[in-house]
Design a protein around this ligand. Structure first.
Ligand code: ADQ
Length: 467
């Protein structure tokens, strides 16, 4: 596919994980590696390393066909910006968890400082015709900081997580100022129309912005809004599912299942993923359907993430307790109801595991999109596909209509959905899967990339003034 051959793309995100497509990594990394390989340019972000004193020294590298530029941060930056404002303030708030959100001035200050440092460092790497694309909630103010430093380039921002309802966002000290920084961009993308509408609601009601079709106007700034659901590299993933490693994993899973149906969950260990509720829903199924009990088991793969943050340590111990309790109450000599694994796996192995599972259980309480749902679909055997049980509160639910949609807060609904999936005839499984697979194939990661960049590379909305 040819993309705007004259301009380079500068992708800016918190972490840069180009060329590392076989490890355990977020969906964002997988998507952007594919994207940059196609378009050329630079991927800039934090190296993940600490330095005694910030120097702004850039580490340039080339990984997996992608040029990367990274910078080290001071420990205090990482504590306040990354572990603090990004992951203890914005992440919980944007996933509707104000009970977990921590509002601290130091976090907000560190976030601003880190974004200034990023801007200062990346500014000299940006050439006149480049187009800048900033990713996610770690970097809301980066565009404004670049404008302050004279950057006139086209700039877009994509939010990978949900946009919270107005009343929730209103609890964040300095919310209006933070949201105002987004008006430095020319285009803002969201995963779904729902998050986009929530954004419009906030800027209209709290900040007096005007919405004119797909453009939002605040003072002299006109910003184009776009709903742009991210996808996976569907062809690559279906290919992985046929690889030797996947076949081996498939065979091992099937052998160890000894004729039982496997239900699989694969998630970063994060409270937004609804793991506790999932275990409780599965437990409800075991109690309501004693005759089915030994016919199934749940494999939950959940590698720890953000372990420096206390709420993540808590969810880990809660889940250990819960899986232990459920196994203790229900297990038999020849059967354990939950296999709970805290590890990451290579993507080809995951593909084989997905394919071996009759049910993919993807039940986040709130999720911007959720790529595991799409990977599960892409990995299935077209002649004998499994059933996807998907939370209505994942962005992916707006695209994957063939899934069995559930309310993850309801253990009863979850139990019913498992039963429905187990009883589902082959013809219905195929029909549902085909509809989902059409979407996963058509609206894949390159579709997402093109949809966003086509708008980003267009002329600024008429009458705009440079920020
Ligand atoms: P995440 O919250 O990280 O991403 P998700 O979209 O599900 O969530 O992506 C997770 C990725 O990590 C998947 O590619 C998955 O295969 C991989 N992964 C998970 N567990 C793994 C394991 N045990 N071993 C190996 N790999 C594992 C954020 C938002 C999402 C949004 C993405 C992309 O929270 O809503 O879909 O960004 O925009």
């Amino acid at each position: 596919m040819e993309f705007h051959p004259l301009s380079r793309l500068i992708v800016i995100s918190n972490r840069v994980s180009a060329g590392n497509s076989n490890g355990a990594q977020g969906g964002l990394a997988v998507a952007l590696t594919s994207a940059l390989r196609e378009m050329g340019g630079i991927w800039f972000g934090w190296s993940g390393e600490l330095t005694e004193e910030f120097s702004g020294q850039v580490n340039l590298d080339r990984k997996g066909g992608v040029t990367t530029a990274t910078v080290d941060l001071e420990e205090q930056d990482v504590e306040e910006y990354y572990n603090g404002y990004a992951n203890r303030t914005l992440w919980p708030l944007f996933h509707y968890r104000i009970d977990l959100a921590e509002y601290e001035r130091d976090f907000a200050g560190g976030y601003r400082r880190a974004n200034e440092r990023f801007a200062e460092t990346v500014r000299p790497l940006i050439e006149r015709d480049d187009v800048v694309w900033v990713q996610d909630y770690h970097m809301f103010p980066l565009g404004e900081e670049l404008r302050r430093r004279g950057c006139r380039n086209r700039m877009g921002f994509f939010l990978h997580i949900p946009w919270p309802p107005r009343r929730l966002l209103g609890t964040l000290p300095g919310a209006n100022r933070l949201v105002e920084t987004l008006f430095a961009y020319d285009v803002i993308g969201f995963q779904t129309a729902e998050w986009l509408e929530a954004f419009c609601d906030f800027v209209r009601e709290e900040m007096g912005a005007r919405i004119e079709g797909d453009v939002v106007v605040l003072g002299k700034r006109r910003v184009r809004l776009l709903d742009c659901p991210i996808g996976i590299d569907a062809r690559e993933f279906a290919g992985l599912a046929a690889s030797p490693a996947a076949r081996l994993a498939f065979r091992q899973m099937r052998d160890s299942a000894v004729g039982r149906e496997m239900i699989v969950g694969v998630d970063r260990l994060d409270y937004s993923k609804g793991l506790e509720e999932r275990f409780l829903g599965y437990e409800r199924f075991l109690t309501e359907h004693p005759e089915e009990r030994k016919e199934v088991f749940l494999l939950q793969i959940a590698p720890p993430s953000r372990a420096a943050v206390e709420s993540y340590q808590r969810i880990r111990s809660t889940l250990e307790g819960l899986s232990g309790r459920i196994n203790g109450a229900h297990a038999d000599l020849d059967w354990v109801p939950i296999r709970y694994v805290n590890q990451g796996y290579p993507r080809d192995v995951l593909a084989g595991v997905y394919r071996a599972a009759r049910i993919g259980l993807v039940t986040p309480l709130r999720d911007g999109m959720n790529l595991v749902a799409k990977e599960y679909v892409a990995a299935q055997d077209p002649e004998d596909p499994g059933v996807l049980i998907l939370s209505r509160f994942a962005g992916a639910a707006s695209q994957l209509e063939g899934a069995v949609l559930v309310n993850p807060y309801s253990a009863e609904e979850m139990s019913d959905a498992i039963m429905q999936a187990l009883r589902m005839p082959l013809s219905e499984r195929i029909e549902r899967w085909r509809r989902m697979m059409d979407n996963v194939e058509q609206q894949d990661v390159m579709w997402w990339l093109k949809r966003f960049t086509d708008v980003l590379f267009e002329e600024a909305p008429a009458g705009n003034v440079p920020a």
